[in-house]
Design a protein around this ligand. Structure first.
Ligand code: UD1
Length: 421
């Protein structure tokens, strides 16, 4: 297993090009199951989650080739197991979103229930209720969901809660249903809109993606796609925080600024300068950061995937910040680790009071989820002395070679072999 070793205190400078968005790419990979034709996905980030999804597609009978450009040939899926096994679903929850495409295209499938996950219970009741509304017969057996429908039929469905994965799953299922579906209270995240763009390229008839109501007129079959993934707003946001807290001056080439309004607004409130230039998004960190109050919300609100990173910024600010997590019930696992580095944070229910200004000091730290691990790397950039972030496989799920990117910007950071788990 690897660890990341950081010697803090360097100001970041230079340019970093933003990779393709993980959460968009994963779902577009699933969409390749909706057709018999070959599909090509470009600008794919090299991440372990993407490999896990490719393994699942291969398990289902697809031929998957390439990494930066991924080509999926699904011609053999009909002869495959039409099953997403527990080992893959527990590693990566997004695997449950093969349900919609498999059911719509092949009329049945079997998908392991994801179970609990490090950042909360994360149920899939909305996915299942939505598919039921489209006519699926669902049985839960031996930890698996078994779904059947000769042909899905268009229906109206109102989500009880805003779910990104649920919206994407149902939108994909509805593309091949007979008749029109009307999905209400849907997620408006850019990854939903991006998936709709791809599905429409395949011949689907989807309107309203990016708003809270999506209409899908079902079609009989879909074509393959050739699509380049949109840049990752969370990778860009994480690097923007890195620039802000190190009093850096960094240009994020290809940063999807239109998807980053909530994050950029908070960075500016904290005193960072965020400027859109012809070369990209320039972020300049101030000498003194102001405290900020942040509450996570569905898009276009502040993303839960940036909460941990913003907490590090709050820890560096002069004054008290309040960070509230409204999407997931257990997403403060970075707090004890940040406190071990000298941060002063108290959790009360779903809020964290951050008394900024304390000098962070390097320590051996470890987190149990992706964005929490990213926050520890950020803390290491400003902490005095040496920080070792262990269990780097969490980071590798969502950040491509983060140590190389930060090193290129002037950070003293390396990946080393870690003898311990
Ligand atoms: C969520 C985030 C997404 C982020 C991803 C990874 C939101 C709205 N979604 O997406 O931005 O990239 O995590 O961290 O911010 N829920 C149910 N029943 C369901 C599905 C979800 O109750 O069937 C609940 C979840 O427990 C959670 C909320 O709805 O509290 C949002 O979940 P959802 O959007 O589905 O999660 P992801 O798709 O993983």
């Amino acid at each position: 297993m690897d660890k990341i070793v950081i010697f803090g205190g360097e100001r970041l400078r230079g340019e970093a090009r933003i990779h393709g968005a993980k959460n968009a790419a994963l779902l577009i990979q699933c969409a390749a199951l909706l057709t018999e034709r070959v599909s090509t996905l470009r600008h794919v980030p090299k991440l372990s989650d993407i490999h896990t999804m490719s393994s699942l597609l291969t398990h289902l009978g697809c031929t998957v080739e390439g990494d930066r450009t991924v080509v999926v040939d699904p011609t053999q899926v009909a002869d495959g197991p039409l099953e997403a096994p527990y080992d893959l679903v527990k590693t990566m929850r997004a695997a449950v979103t093969v349900m919609g495409p498999l059911l719509a295209r092949y009329g049945h499938c079997r998908v392991s229930l994801p179970g609990g996950c490090a950042i909360g219970a994360r149920p899939i009741d909305q996915h299942l209720r939505g598919l039921e509304a489209l006519g699926a017969k669902i049985v839960l057996k031996h930890g698996y969901v078994e779904l059947k429908a000769r042909r899905l039929r268009g229906a109206s469905f109102v989500f009880d809660t805003v779910t990104v994965g649920g919206t994407q799953n149902l939108m994909m299922a509805a593309t091949l249903a007979k008749g029109t579906s009307r999905l209400e209270n849907v997620a408006r995240e850019p990854e939903v809109e991006e998936l709709a763009i791809v599905l429409n390229k395949m011949g689907a008839r989807i309107r309203g993606a990016g708003t809270s109501m999506i209409e899908v007129e079902g079609v009989d079959e879909l074509d393959g796609f050739d699509h380049a993934v949109v840049p990752d707003r969370i990778e860009a946001g994480t690097l923007a925080v890195a620039a802000a807290i190190t009093r850096g001056n960094v240009v994020l080439v290809d940063a999807p600024v239109d998807h980053m309004h909530a994050t950029l607004a908070k960075l500016e409130e904290a005193g960072a300068e965020c400027r859109v230039e012809p070369g990209g998004l320039r972020v300049i960190g101030p000498d003194r950061l102001e405290p900020i109050d942040v509450s996570t919300r569905p898009y276009p609100g502040f993303p839960t995937d940036m909460q941990a990173q913003m907490m590090v910024l709050a820890a560096c600010a002069d004054g008290q910040s309040l960070i509230t997590e409204t999407i997931f019930e257990n997403r403060f696992m970075h707090v004890p680790e940040l406190c071990r580095m000298g941060a002063e944070i108290t959790v009360q229910g779903n809020s964290a009071v951050v008394r900024g200004g304390a000098r962070l000091t390097g320590a051996e730290v470890m987190a149990t989820d992706l964005r929490a691990s990213a926050s520890l790397v950020l803390a290491g950039l400003v902490a005095s002395g040496k920080t070792e972030v262990r269990r780097v496989y969490h980071l590798d799920r969502g950040y491509e070679s983060i140590e190389k990117r930060l090193r290129a910007l002037g950070a003293k950071i390396q990946r080393r072999k870690d003898g311990r788990a």
